[in-house]
Every structure is written in structure tokens, then in C-alpha cells.
Write a protein that binds this ligand. Sequence first.
Ligand code: MN
Length: 199
Amino acid sequence: MSENDKLEAYRQKRDFAKTSEPSGSDRRKLEVKPRFVVQKHRSKRLHYDLRLEVEGVLKSWAVPKGPSVDTKDKRLAVPTEDHPLAYIDFEGTIPEGEYGAGSVIVWDIGTYENTTKIDEEEVPMAEALEKGHATVFLEGEKLLGGFALTRTGKGKNERWILVKMKDDWAIPDLDILEAEPNSALTERSVEEVGGEEKS
Ligand code: MN
């Protein structure tokens, strides 16, 4: 599937004359580590969007409760449409009446390493996701260390679980969303970006 085809669902939901979100696509050769972003999105309901750069697009999940650095927490991750690479540093407001209306900040951004293995063999990221289990080592401003994504359910009921893996970078009992609420790029809060008073 070409990158443009992968982004069809993304484009169909948006009117780029009205929203300042990117329409895609910028191609990038993967001579460097793939990137990830966690966007904090204040729409009808506050949630976090995890996106991983995989083969020219951002594979995306909405994580209602956001990521956790505590290995005890299992976070539901609902798959959403692939986003263009240019979305990785999108911060701004999506106008009322548009898909995902509200405000978005880059809560965390960085690179990742695909650490998925089956029987000691490295598994390419796209294949790992297709098979329903992937592990990544995140190097963000806030998130660091191993995280696992595991698919549960199929088709319309496809859901994933995001967990912090046990390693030196796990931090028990820390609510990192509360401790570090603002943008990793601009230090703005999602309320400020939305044009509201700072709480
Ligand atoms: Mn979202």
C-alpha cells in the first residue's frame, strides 16, 4: 500500500481549508531512528494519542488514560487512522465542527527502537503490529525505556493494551501525566493552546 493510500481515511475526515492540521505527506528516509510522539488532545474528552513512525506514516492509537511509567498500569489504546509524518509536531487548535475539534499539544516526542523479537529473531515493526504484539524502547523527553503494545480483540473490537515494561526506567507510583502536564516542545499547556486561561 502506498503512503497516500494509507492516509485516505485521515484525509477524508478533515477539511484542510478549515483545519491547520497537515494534509501530508512528507517522505523521509529511515537512515535515522524512527520517531514517536504522544499528543495530549483536549477534544470532547481529554485523551492522549500515541503515534509511532512506521514505513512512512504515523501508526496511531488513542489512549484515553495516557501512557504510564508504572509497570502495574495497563492502558487501553484504541487504534485510529494512520497520520502523516508531518503530524508529529502538530500543536494547535482544530476548529469547532471539525473532526477532533479541540486543542492539541506535543506532550512527548522522541525516537524509538523496535525491540520486538520472536524466538530471538528481530521482527520488523510493521510485521510486529500486524501480528498484534510489539515492544519498543522509547527515548523521549518524558518517556524512557521499554513499552509493550499488545492487541486484544479483532475488527471493530480491535483494542490494544499499552504497558511499561519492567526495566531500569520504570517508575512505580509516579503519575507522569500529572507531574509533567505541558508541551515537550513549547512548555505550553493544552488549555493555553486552546486559548483558555491558564489553570
Ligand atoms: Mn485525538
